[in-house]
Design a protein around this ligand. Structure first.
Ligand code: SF4
Length: 332
């Protein structure tokens, strides 16, 4: 049993380094890339925005590739016998797992994706009473520990907050105080804040959007040149992954339900002994023993990806479609 929150910490190491690099090269804004529904949306509706996307893979894919490269090396396992079954709050992760560019040679990084709802059905079918199971710790010593930053990755604004904690440390060599960034924690569809990262970077402007309507709003503002941001976090599901499309959700009391789950994540973060991704000892070991450093050549090869323009070309005119409709409903 591995923990995707460990991979979220690794994503923060890569994405935080990438964001600072791109900023240093004058590229702004940079969008986060951890949400596959957002990636699909950008590729099919706004391909002009693709050069602004971070190339860092999502936590699911980072976990998959490391489970098939780093883990067998560490545990002396036969890599060809490893299958990764991903348990996710997200239906878009199924589609992500079969993307052609997310394979390691001929081998998919992730073999099977089960949503939380599917997992619950499986447990019921097998007669497992989840509530009666004794909680226990993860049994893997290499890919199971996570920081508070990795945990809040699952809520809107959490990726930005986790990245800022690590970017601040990379720039200044000290930890951000206070560690919680209340300025990023609202729940409006689009939110923005100005933060001082210190050092040579100084002040940055960040924004967060959750849900596709707010996402469309911010993307169109960037394309029109009316948005002035350095980093933008996007999550396709309102509330973020913690209330993702593959979870058990309340349709009647959406907002209180989503906010309650979000508070749970913030509570876990507060209780963690380490609240920054770079402080996670398993992440430190990964870079020391395998990847060398964030954004190294090896890290780039294994943990980064690319996107493509998939906008559907409209070959049929509105008149063609209208003709089809009227023909199919014609009464003779
Ligand atoms: S925000 Fe929703 S679609 Fe995006 S990764 Fe999270 S659960 Fe999946």
């Amino acid at each position: 049993m591995l923990d995707t929150n460990f991979a979220a910490d690794v994503v923060i190491m890569e994405e935080g380094t990438e964001l600072l690099r791109r900023l240093g090269e004058g590229h702004r804004p940079t969008f986060t890339s951890c949400c596959p529904a957002w990636i699909n949306f950008a590729e099919t509706h706004y391909p002009e925005i693709l050069p602004h996307l971070s190339s860092t893979k999502s936590p699911q894919q980072v976990l998959g590739i490391l489970a098939k490269t780093w883990l067998p090396e560490k545990m002396n396992l036969d890599a060809s016998r490893i299958r990764v079954i991903s348990l996710m709050p997200c239906t878009a992760k199924k589609d992500e797992a079969v993307r052609a560019q997310l394979r390691h040679g001929e081998v998919p990084e992730i073999d099977v994706v089960l949503t939380v709802r599917e997992f619950v059905r499986l447990l019921r079918r097998e007669g497992v009473d989840f509530a009666a199971i004794e909680p226990s710790v993860f049994d893997n010593p290499y890919m199971s520990d996570s920081s508070g930053a990795g945990v809040i990755f699952g809520t809107t604004g959490g990726v930005m907050e986790a990245a800022v904690r690590t970017m601040y440390h990379a720039i200044n060599g000290t930890e951000l105080e206070p560690v919680e960034l209340q300025a990023l924690r609202g729940f409006d569809g689009v939110r923005s804040a100005t933060l001082d990262l210190g050092g040579a970077i100084g002040t940055v402007k960040v924004a967060m959007a959750h849900g596709l309507k707010p996402t469309r709003q911010i993307v169109e503002a960037v394309l029109a040149g009316t948005a002035d941001f350095d980093f933008i976090e996007i999550m396709a599901c309102p509330g973020g992954c913690v209330d993702g499309g593959g979870t058990l959700r309340s349709k009647k009391a959406y907002l209180p339900h989503a906010l309650k789950r979000r508070e749970t994540l913030f509570g876990i973060d507060r209780a963690r002994p380490r609240r920054q991704s770079h402080a996670n000892p398993q992440v430190q070991a990964l870079y020391r023993d395998f990847l060398e450093r964030p954004y190294s050549e090896k890290a780039h090869y294994l943990l980064h990806t690319w996107y493509q323009d998939r906008r559907r070309v409209m070959t049929r005119t509105v008149q063609d479609i209208w003709n089809d409709i009227t023909m199919s409903t014609k009464v003779y």
